[in-house]
Design a protein around this ligand. Structure first.
Ligand code: PNS
Length: 161
């Protein structure tokens, strides 16, 4: 069974993430979308909220599992028997950091390869930080996040802001 993992902060999941999830789920027997908790970042949404948003938006994809993890990605891949890490690439500006992470992960776990899916053109500019900024300033995020979570994100950000 070919298992891939798609790691990220997903704070929150965007249409750009969902595009990568849909395309990657068609390439592997199983795709594990894993919310990585990173002590260096202060997320807007809790791990449980981020997982719930992902579950809601991917419920129709039967080979997609949602999980969370707080350690090294290379270790998680070994633990789950995954052969591939999937990453989305937007602009060239993503490349250098992603290249560094891919090489590091391969050094830590030689059994795992990273593959990159190019973003669909309409999501080239899109990021979770952009979504949070728009919502925080009262803008509508319907064009940027899956419809199942749009209202909740809008209201949560207004409440917190
Ligand atoms: O959505 P993000 O914030 O760009 O995702 C970055 C993430 C979580 C994939 C990356 O920071 C990561 O893999 N963190 C896990 C820690 C780790 O394994 N570090 C060493 C290899 S770079």
């Amino acid at each position: 069974m070919k298992i891939a993992i798609y790691p990220g902060s997903f704070d929150p999941v965007t249409l750009g993430h969902l595009d990568i999830i849909e395309r990657a789920s068609a390439l592997f027997d199983k795709l594990i979308v894993v919310v990585m908790h990173n002590v260096a970042k202060s997320p807007m949404f809790t791990v449980e909220e981020r997982m719930e948003f992902l579950r809601r938006t991917t419920s129709r994809l039967s080979n997609v599992e949602i999980d969370a993890f707080g350690g090294l990605l290379a270790g998680y891949a070994a633990q789950r028997g995954a052969c591939t890490i999937v990453k989305g690439l937007r602009a060239m500006s993503d490349f250098e950091y992603e290249f560094q992470m891919a090489l590091t992960n391969r050094k830590l776990n030689p059994n795992v390869d990273t593959i990159f899916l190019m973003t669909s053109a309409e999501y080239m500019y899109l990021s979770s930080s952009m979504v949070k900024d728009i919502a925080l300033h009262g803008g509508k995020v319907a064009d940027f996040v899956p419809p199942e979570i749009e209202e909740e994100i809008f209201h949560r950000m207004r409440k917190d802001g």
